[in-house]
Design a protein around this ligand. Sequence first.
Ligand code: SGN
Ligand code: CA
Length: 727
Amino acid sequence: MGMFKYILYLALTAVCTAAKQPNIVFLFTDDHALSAISAYGSKTIKTPNIDRIAEEGAIFQNSFCTNSICGPSRASIMTGKHSHLNGFTGNLGAAFDGHQTTLPRLLQNAGYQTAIFGKWHLKSTPVGFDRWEIFPGQGNYYNPDLLQQGGGRKRYQGYATDIVTDLSLKWLKEERDPNKPFILFCQHKAPHRTFSPALRHLELYDGEDLPVPSTFFDDYKNRSATLAKHAMGIAEHMAWDYDLKVPSPLVKEYNLPGRNHIKDVEYPRMSPEQKKAWDKFFEPRNRELLEQWKAGKLTEKDLALWRYQRYAKNYLRTVKSVDENIGRVLDYLDESNLTENTIVIYSSDQGFYVGEHGWFDKRWMFEESLSMPFLIRWPEHIKPGQKHEELIQNIDYAPTLLSAAGAEVPREMQGKSLLPLVESSSKEWRDAIYYAYYDHGGEHQVPQHDGIRTERYKLIHFPRSEEWNLFDLKNDPNELVSIHGKDPKLLKELQSKYDELKKEYHVSSATIPSSRPQPWWKQRHKLLNKRTKDGSGKAEIVFIGDSITQAWETHGKDTWQKYYAPRNAVNLGISGDRTEHVMWRLQNGNFTGLTPKVAVVMIGTNNTGHKMQPALETAQGIRAILDQIRSKSPDTKILLLGVFPRDASPEGKMRKRNEEINGLIDDYADDKHIFYQDISQVFLDDKGTLPKEIMPDALHPRQQGYQLWAEAIEPTLNKLGLSPITK
Ligand code: SGN
Ligand code: CA
């Protein structure tokens, strides 16, 4: 081949390779601890199929979640953003807004077919998937129901992990278009609570004792006082029947001490044959325990250890089914010649405690639950056998996959592509990650906290008890002694890193849903919930905001009567609210069931007035509110108003800050769902001053101000579908 031809050949291969988008198989589980994967050095289980992904690709030893709980972790994966920006801060909050910028939607735009099977758990209907079939909520292990794309649900006979794999393989083999690249999210329930194994794995570990973690009898000393208040102890908080498979009647009959407050939900779903096999295994083993207890042979400590063994074995048995099913998917890729150009990832929404600190569950920022497994294989691009130490996070997944697909990574995504690490062993990387948990209290009594982890240290802040904890992971890998008081210099250093990261990720109070403590506020929130309920199906227009909105009830009353009462309008304003309070209200009933044609949003001036919050933070709070309304009522058109002017003089600091906010939020208009209007001018005189007759305190409009407001937005409301008011 001549030189010219050779260069042409090289160029053509480059073009062809670049154009060949990889397929993606995202294998995902719920609550899978690193301690239960042999590639991560498990002492208790062999997971040859998961390990195979690491052997033929790369494994990340320092892989973490943004927020150690199900929905939030999944939302971070979908959006490439931390919880406070994607709006899904906790399982207890609002549904995920799938209309924001997400990985599946962007991949669809890049020509991909997208499918998801199994656990979704983001409350809203999946957006951006050509094909989906998902568990309602947490889903079940035995004979599970799956929500159907066309509506309704379907019950499958069998074990969930097998069924989710069957559906995934069926889609790969028979349903997708073989000429297009695809992403498949194959998402299992296992090994989540209630830790119910497949029948074929019941005998695994039978008659053996698993090693007990060295921290099993943790005394919770030398760390935050909140630790001892947990409700996730294997000994104290697991239920005999529900978690440990010792049926309630037996517990009562033998007077077994310990919680027995919930009944197993899986057993009643089983077929007679399944029940028979289940009982055949558990009954004699339960009897043995009960007889020993009756004979006075067991101490409390013995019972705690028995509970640990029963729990850990069942947990690991469910992992066994995951590993086998991953083997099935890898085999299929081999058989169909897809292996070379398919990215395979194995990960789980967070880690888990399998006895460490005496616990089950997750949430705390300790290593066991902060960690996420992350293994990636892509034979065409990733040299096999790589072990990585970089600090990675679930916000990195979307940028990684988008880059691999040749799609642009939107600037709003906060993660970074991992491809430079695995393809070219780049050394440029972050030196710390930020973590935040928001579901304060709740089922397992874990307090709100956030913090950072560097290669060697972990700093945790507990805002409600105003405590700091600091761990040296090198000398204290089990995180048993906080050294925050012993090394003030180090504490300070890490605190400034913490501040730096919070700034970098735009963590601010403005986007974190918060309630207010005053009784009158709670009272009014309840009243607004009632208005919401009364207005559902009737209200054509809803106003959301702070005191300026609330005062439609006083100064604006006459105008309201004329313009909005005939449209069954609902006023959702509360005096003194900032963006974070409105978010909390929206998550707690203040919009549920409302489907107005238009929602008018005007909020943010208290973020300025109370704390001179940076404009970008307030704007992000406003964005989060828009997302919430969108997810609650997708057909409602939102009229976002520029924050009203404050400070009499155009040179006023707060005036300028509000203008800065408006300069950011006008971008949120897509003129499809969100419309923006700045009516500031109608309040100002020709010098830009706020006249006293209109806003005597240079913040709250008087009667005339409300009339001007209504007149200014009326044409817009008409354009958005409200019939003109008959005067
Ligand atoms: C359920 C579990 C909890 C678990 C949460 C969150 N209780 O509420 O033990 O912490 O899910 O898990 S259960 O009685 O319903 O099993 S998550 O994985 O969805 O975040
Ligand atoms: Ca989970």
